[in-house]
Ligand binder design. Structure first.
Ligand code: SER
Length: 321
């Protein structure tokens, strides 16, 4: 990787991956791209930024050709709950975006990272220790775009030799950019309420167990996979990766160990509950461990401690806001 392009760079993963990759590969070698969302100062000041609608093929191809891009991290996409409210838009952005990236990669010789998700599974998937190769009949439009994306990435590798690699991310938890409209967002929102000593109303019900991961682990997983020796990869799209699996009451109990006065109620959102109910409880990520040495560093207690200390520090610096 010498010249890198990140689409969706202002989003939840992109905003932190851009900084991590600039640190590793040099600020000027990592071009961040985003559409509409105004990127924060760190992103704009730490290296090049280009405004791009991922549905615009020629704009994307021009940047890739001009900047001699060799690797594209394609993070632009619509998350599950927003997608379900506007399926046509989700299909357009998630699929037109990916086909544009893959076609550009094919003609310009780039490697591609594609983030799939626990959403690529469905209710007929085995919910516990979900294998990497298993039944995938997702029922959300988000899941359908992710599964199609996995297959399309494999197709471009097998048919055209494009070096595509992907991860099935669980819910990602971070103290930096908030996620935009996902089903697992409660696991981020809850921390903002907790550090402000506000009551939190959870939109998923008790017992809804889902895979989760702290952002630092997600960044390490992404970079490790893209740096992995291709000779070791017998699969590509997409690897199960997870770090912890919990239900809302488990996270609540963990936060209460640090903030004993914290309170939470439940106000279930049927749309997001139905999506969550169709996803696995816990994935088996042993293939990622075997093929490229994946190992998470943050479990539930470690993630909770770091989220609370980071957000509390920020709140103090901002004068309690
Ligand atoms: N976090 C995502 C969502 O909830 C799942 O990949 O949509």
């Amino acid at each position: 990787m010498k010249n890198i392009l990140i689409t969706g760079a202002a989003g939840q993963i992109g905003s932190e991956l851009t900084v991590a990759l600039r640190h590793r590969y040099g600020d000027s070698n990592v071009i961040a791209c985003g559409h509409k969302t105004k990127p924060d100062a760190t992103l704009l000041e730490s290296g090049p930024f280009a405004s791009l609608d991922i549905r615009d093929f020629s704009a994307l191809a021009t940047i890739v050709e001009k900047q001699k891009i060799d690797t594209i991290f394609h993070l632009a996409g619509i998350l599950s709950a927003v997608a379900e409210k506007n399926p046509q838009m989700a299909w357009d952005i998630n699929m037109t975006g990916l086909t544009n990236v893959l076609e550009t990669a094919r003609t310009c010789g780039c490697a591609v990272f594609f983030p799939s998700s626990i959403g690529a599974f469905g209710p007929s998937t085995p919910p516990d220790n979900t294998p990497q190769l298993t039944i995938q009949r997702p029922q959300s439009i988000y899941g359908i775009t992710k599964l199609t994306g996995e297959l399309l990435c494999d197709y471009y590798f097998q048919k055209f030799g494009v070096d595509t690699r992907g991860l099935r991310f669980p819910g990602l938890i971070s103290s930096e950019t908030k996620p935009g409209g996902g089903t697992t967002d409660y696991a981020v929102e809850i921390f903002y309420a907790a550090v402000k000593c506000e009551k939190y109303s959870c939109f998923l019900k008790r017992g809804t167990r889902l895979d989760m991961m702290y952002m630092r682990d997600a960044l390490r997983a992404t970079i490790s996979l893209m740096e992995a020796d291709p000779a070791r990869l017998t699969s590509r799209n997409a690897f199960n990766v997870t770090a912890m699996s919990f239900a809302p009451e488990d996270l609540f109990a963990e936060i209460k160990k640090i903030i004993p006065n914290f309170t939470m109620t439940y106000e279930v959102d049927p749309l997001r509950q139905a999506i969550a109910d169709s996803w696995p409880n816990k994935m088996d990520d042993s293939e990622a461990a075997r093929q490229w040495g994946w190992q998470p560093e943050y479990d539930l207690p470690a993630m909770t401690r770091e989220m609370i200390s980071t957000l509390s520090r920020r709140m103090e610096n901002d004068g309690g806001k």
